[in-house]
Design a protein around this ligand. Sequence first.
Ligand code: UDP
Length: 236
Amino acid sequence: MKKTQQLYEGKAKKVYATEDDRYVIVDYKDDATAFNGLKKGSIAGKGVINNRVTNYMMKLLEEKGIPTHFVEEISQRETVVKKVKIIPLEVIVRNIAAGSFSKRFGVPEGQKLLCPTLEYCYKDDALGDPMVNDSHILACGWATKEELDTISSYALKINEIMQEFFLKANILLVDFKLEFGKTADGTIVLADEISPDTCRFWDATTMQKLDKDRFRRDLGGVEDAYQEIFKRLLGE
Ligand code: UDP
């Protein structure tokens, strides 16, 4: 499948139309942003790693019964995915307190949560992606009750699959963000990416951070952390 015109350029990816209007091509960039675009930079090799890690995870999740947008990896940085209408919610699952959860609730970073938590943020850069609850989502029509039930059950199942999978690579899955989309026939599928940009990964032995927090917090070793995740998952 070939790219035709560019449809969209986001912070980390470009999206292109194809000759077939059921599909689009995602092209992963090395650009990195944090704090709603306030911090900008570049992480060498990130686009390749995020593309390949995402596709690896999407295939694994499909095998375990989660419908995804994944179709075919066509190059190191490019993947054909189903064209979907993105549901404007960031779905955040947490197993260990960190980041905005720790800040908001005063729970120390690293404290294990008694059960996974699920949060939704309304995707709107101008508003700073505010946290919303189920009733806000239904009242504003961002998803129906049925869609939200599907999304929450997929998110928790994805968490179980991913937690177990990453632990085998000696990685703690601290938290992560998912996005879902709706295909033309109304099916809800997992979309966007699953990568060190969108997940917090800690080495289970040393607690070393192996994700975008190294960039956000100027911890150094950003490229090495992304490479380490790549190596542990894909063995390269
Ligand atoms: N996250 C993301 N995109 C966002 C916000 C959060 O991918 O726009 C991910 C982030 O990498 C982390 C999880 O969601 O794995 C929870 O992030 P948190 O709410 O703690 O926000 P942060 O501290 O990253 O601002």
